[in-house]
Ligand binder design. Structure first.
Ligand SMILES: [Zn+2]
Length: 184
């Protein structure tokens, strides 16, 4: 989302059924405890690269279905036929590098879960870091995790501040959920 600083303002006039409004009000900036859901958010952020966030939000249920409810174990076990299925699924983003990144990152996450107990523990283990430090860690660990993707992933899950402006009504809700950026 390259409109992060004005996202709160932008959605304030949107209809309650707008995908942006729903994402902003119920997901953006809120901590995620579930590893598969964290993985799912990372998949969405990776797939956004070069595209609009609207495109991704409109396809998010298709992504969830195509990537087996973002089940890390299942995606890590994807074979050539699964890759071909994804490449032929018009409901998602059919990009070789992005699909490959999802599968390879799932394999990496299985190792992380073995070593750290969970993906969340791994992030918590490294937290807090500056954006640049995070990008370095992600780049040496995962595929297709450039600066914007890492920044949005960590902001959208509460590890980096900035998802909502302080005057936004949802900012207070996010603070109640105790995002990690509060723990320095
Ligand atoms: Zn907001």
């Amino acid at each position: 989302m390259d409109m992060a600083t004005t996202y709160c303002d932008a959605v304030s006039t949107m209809d309650k059924n707008n995908v942006h409004k729903i994402y902003h009000d119920t997901a953006y900036g809120f901590p995620i405890d579930n590893d598969d859901e964290l993985f799912g958010r990372l998949i969405l952020e990776i797939n956004q690269a070069g595209l609009s966030w609207s495109t991704i939000l409109n396809k998010q249920e298709n992504f969830r279905k195509a990537y087996k409810n973002f089940n890390i174990k299942k995606v890590a076990a994807f074979k050539e036929k699964d890759f071909e299925r994804l490449m032929n699924d018009a409901g998602i983003i059919r990009n070789r590098l992005k699909i490959n990144a999802a599968i390879e990152n799932a394999k990496t996450l299985l190792n992380i879960q073995k070593e750290f107990g969970s993906f969340k523990n791994w992030i918590d283990h490294h937290h807090p870091k500056t954006k640049d430090e995070w990008v370095k860690i992600f780049k040496t660990t995962f595929r297709f995790t450039g600066g914007e993707i890492v920044n949005e992933f960590l902001m959208s899950t509460g590890y980096l501040p900035g998802a909502h402006v302080e005057s936004c009504a949802v900012y207070k809700k996010v603070m109640k959920a105790k995002p990690a950026f509060l723990k320095k």
